[in-house]
Design a protein around this ligand. Sequence first.
Ligand SMILES: [Zn+2]
Length: 223
Amino acid sequence: MENINYFFTNKDDGNIAYHVGDIKENVDKNREELSKKYSFDLEKLIYMNQVHGNNVQVVDEDSARLIEDCDGLITNSKGLTLMVMVADCIPIIFMDKKKGVVAAVHAGRNSTFQKIAQITANKMIDKFLCKPSDIEVIMGPSIGKCCYEVNDELKNIVKTSFGEEFIKGNNIDLQGINTMLLNDIGVVNISIANTCTKCSNEPYFSYRVDKKCGRFAGLVTIK
Ligand SMILES: [Zn+2]
């Protein structure tokens, strides 16, 4: 069994993203402090220019540290840390401790609709021979169905593509849709953080609360 370490940051760790108008030095400092706090190698941190798509890349030591046009990273390389940045979207961590394979995924509405969770698990299965029953999935703090209101058009997409059970009024259940998509391919070991980024008052950034907010992150490392 591989020793895998994952965690989600919060507001106390500061803004982790360069793309939200923060001063570069602030983000550098926040990332450096994070690497000390959780003892990972900052030189081996891989993150994404996230675009709300469904491109999932397998990375290793030779990969660039910033992967363009990407919303999911997979690796079996020890010592690399994969990072996803969010504020309301779901940060999803995947782990197969037997095979030593991990993934970090950015699942907002669009990527969820484009089945990024399934694409990630299927790549772990196809490229690394992971068994669906060995894949553990952790969905981090994100906007819940309590708060995730959308327009009628988007609501109808959910209704026709995924089912009425994921709608209540004009609110949709992204965690539920991702869970169903994973269950459909045999991935059932799923835990969901019981924390809504918008209404919980827990220290997480929420884009729906403040459009100029920072980003927190989900990170995973094979030790
Ligand atoms: Zn809520």
